[in-house]
Design a binder for this molecule. Structure first.
Ligand code: NDP
Length: 335
């Protein structure tokens, strides 16, 4: 069983040397356990936080152990009555080819139905990133028809779903993404009303002008994935009683400072700004997954994947995710 361990903690940008590929024997399956062959590993920005031992909402990833991460795969051997060989499952299998799980613990392994939804989608649009988009949009922004919703990192796993869910509720959806290809995709494939290439607008003044053009009625809801100048510019174009879902601030994940220039606007615009961690709202997952699953199965929710080939490619792909080299949900194909 090939695995990737975290062997050192990065200061600033992580490198491939923080990881090591390890060959480990597969232990025998004990009573109550299930052996799963992982087919896809999900790479997610939150993993950068786990690599650090700074105080956070979650415990750090221990050194010299398998990197944690979401996986989908197939049961190859089961000594648990709830699972049988051939079942397709989603779980937290980590950066490894096989996982041995004590499936008697509730929720560690979930069976999924791949009749209408591809297995890998359970790590993206019909998985954690999809629910993240759904939670921030419906529980914090809660857009009314005709309102304008902006989302940063708009071509990504979370951002792409945010705009499409907003459109499904009759709102105007405006994305912010890096580069002309991503922006074209966001408008032409995902159906957003507009998308701003932030790399073309390095100055605040220029970004403000682009936002004004894309959001002629101002901004009522914003879904923040990046932080920094993008957030400031959105706040300066925000309407009274606008809502901001603070989902991520990826521009600061390697320790870069992300000062806020316009906190007074929170009061001036009577804004509601709320941070959230999707795993703390498990009671809403079934409702979210129902809508997301229906939309994917009927082709109403589109997404794109960047797939790295083989476990050994995972560290490099992860570094790429933090630099925007991914285009859509970043996965690693393990079989
Ligand atoms: P994405 O698929 O969106 O990939 C990350 C994207 O972030 C990159 O493609 C890149 O897009 C953009 N990016 C990276 N660095 C920068 C930078 N310095 N400035 C601007 N953009 C940057 O990832 P996800 O959809 O998985 O995650 C999106 C966000 O949601 C992250 O902030 C993540 O931490 C957060 N999140 C939060 C959760 C929660 O519970 N609160 C749960 C899940 C995700 P581009 O090329 O357009 O710049």
């Amino acid at each position: 069983n090939r695995q990737i361990h975290l062997v050192s903690r990065p200061t600033g940008e992580p490198t491939v040397d923080n990881f090591r590929l390890v060959e480990a024997p597969l232990p025998a399956v004990q009573e109550g356990q299930v052996l799963v062959r992982n087919h896809y590993l999900s790479l997610d920005p939150y993993m950068r936080g786990r690599m650090s031992d700074a105080k956070s909402y979650a415990d750090p990833q221990p050194l010299d152990q398998v990197m944690m991460g979401g996986t989908v795969g197939e049961v190859v051997e089961s000594r648990n009555p709830a699972f049988k060989a051939g079942d397709q499952v989603v779980g937290m299998g980590g950066w490894q080819e096989y996982q041995l799980v004590d499936a008697s613990q509730r929720g560690v392994l979930q069976k999924v139905d791949t009749t209408h939804i591809p297995l890998a989608a359970y790590l993206g649009a019909v998985g954690m990133p999809g629910v993240t988009a759904w939670y921030g949009l419906t529980q914090i922004i809660n857009p009314k028809a005709g309102e304008t919703v902006v989302v940063s990192a708009a071509s990504g796993a979370v951002g792409g779903a945010v705009g499409q869910l907003a459109k499904a509720r009759g709102a105007r959806a405006v994305g912010i993404a890096g580069g002309p290809d991503k922006c074209r995709y966001v408008v032409e494939e995902l159906g957003f009303d507009a998308c701003i290439d932030y790399k073309e607008h390095r100055e605040l003044k220029s970004l403000l002008a682009a936002l004004k053009q894309a959001c002629p009625q101002g901004i009522d809801g914003h879904f923040e994935n990046v932080g920094g100048m993008i957030l400031d510019a959105v706040m300066m174009r925000a309407n009274a009683f606008s809502r901001i879902a603070m989902c991520g601030m990826i521009s600061g994940y390697n320790g870069e400072p992300i000062p806020m220039m316009a906190p007074q606007l929170i009061l001036v615009n009577r804004m509601k700004i709320e941070g959230f961690i999707v795993s703390e709202h498990m009671q809403l997952w079934p409702e979210a997954l129902k809508e997301l699953g229906m939309m994917v199965a009927t082709g109403k929710l589109k997404y794109r994947e960047s797939i790295a080939d083989g476990l050994a490619a995972a560290p490099e792909a992860f570094l790429g995710l933090l630099k925007g080299r991914n285009f859509g949900k970043q996965l690693v194909k393990l079989v």
